[in-house]
Design a binder for this molecule. Structure first.
Ligand SMILES: [Zn+2]
Ligand SMILES: [Zn+2]
Length: 361
């Protein structure tokens, strides 16, 4: 494997994994836009990731030729064995297991180790070199159980029946996971959605993830009359700073992100109820995974490389920062302080009122 300006390149297989620019042949770990770029020649990914790419990028730009590889099955590309194994990050997310001449590299993409009702659990695969993210690679980052965070949300809804609870979420993954967690916690009322979130929720449903009744947030009928008191509303992070928020009755601003561990960040964003719900591994999960995959070499793609490389060194593991370009732009890996313009970097308009805006069709 080579770290090139376009991204990780498998030399004998002649393909890239999650390249930052259009390339002739790409294996894609998951549908977040910092991993799934448009206009590749050939794209190999799980069926769900291919569907997500088509929905977000449009049929024409989601890869000139798409090839689906079902998790667990393998194929050979120029003599390199390629297998996709669940990464537990978002629907369709997979680690790329590469076997060549008796050695194995696993490129994990983004991952977490917690159970997630919207996607398959991460499966550790022993390997010679493991490529990991490091979004939350500091000991301060410990994600509590997601169910406990959702319980805090429902308690707040009960305490403040005159207010609409507005939760800022990422459109792909976090949104659907929060909905599924609410359903597991027994919230069976309709959940209200910003228009920009609808298309991917519908796709999740089509792909077999049940989300219950979702409704668009209605436009304001009477000026100054906020609606949906006592209800739960989901919107892209940043929507609370737009005129759209006037539709809601005394909105209580919540955000669901691993960054909510940091009180100042929640404060800077005006978040009243921070929910620590992350789709990325926390510090303990990163180190647990390093042990589980038993790789003597670990390459770190994006996040807090230094802290992780140091901690791996004390465990006798050779860590190396890859400094890949263009990572962490779209999902939770993004610095939340730049959330005022969500989606700006990916060219997507998540704040558009029309669902078609997010679908990018
Ligand atoms: Zn991601
Ligand atoms: Zn990422």
């Amino acid at each position: 494997m080579q770290a090139t300006p376009q991204g990780l390149y498998c030399v004998p297989g002649d393909f890239f994994v999650d390249p930052a620019r259009a390339v002739p042949r790409a294996v894609i770990t998951h549908g977040h836009s910092d991993h799934a770029r448009p206009d590749h020649g050939a794209v190999l990914a799980t069926p769900a990731t291919l569907a997500i790419m088509r929905a977000r990028l449009g049929e024409e730009r989601a890869g000139h030729r798409q090839q689906a590889l079902v998790p667990g099955e393998s194929l050979k590309v120029n003599g390199v064995g390629v297998r996709l194994v669940p990464a537990g990050h978002v629907l369709g997310s997979a680690q790329v297991v590469l076997d060549w001449q008796g050695s194995r590299v696993v490129v994990s993409g983004d991952y977490k180790r917690r159970r997630d009702p919207t996607c398959d659990l991460f499966e550790p695969v022993e390997c010679d070199a493991f490529v990991t993210e490091a979004t939350f690679a500091l000991p301060v980052f410990h994600h509590p159980p997601a169910a406990a965070e959702v319980a805090r949300l429902l308690e707040s809804v009960r305490l403040f029946p005159d207010r609409a609870h507005l939760i800022g979420v990422y459109a792909l993954g976090k949104c659907q996971r929060v909905i599924a967690l609410l359903r597991e916690a027994g919230w069976d009322r309709p959940i209200y959605m910003h228009g920009a979130l609808m298309a991917l929720c519908q796709l999740y449903e089509q792909l077999g993830v049940k989300l219950g009744e979702l409704r668009p947030v209605p436009a304001v009928v009477k000026r100054g009359a906020g609606q949906l008191a006592g209800e739960i509303v989901l919107a892209p992070s940043g929507a609370e700073a737009t005129p759209w928020v006037r539709r809601l009755a005394e909105p209580l601003i919540c955000a669901a992100s691993g960054w909510m561990r940091v009180r100042q960040r929640a404060k800077a964003r005006g978040v009243e109820l921070p929910l620590i719900i992350s789709d990325h591994a926390d510090w303990d999960e990163l180190l647990q995974t390093a042990g589980d995959v038993a790789a003597p070499d670990i390459w770190v793609t994006h996040g807090r490389e230094d802290a992780l490389v140091h901690a791996l060194g004390t465990r006798g593991i050779r860590g190396r920062a890859l400094h890949l370009i263009g990572r962490g732009e779209e999902d939770e890996a993004e610095e939340p302080l730049s959330d005022a313009q969500p989606g700006a970097s990916s060219g997507e308009p998540p704040l558009a009122e029309q669902p078609a805006g997010e679908a990018g069709a």
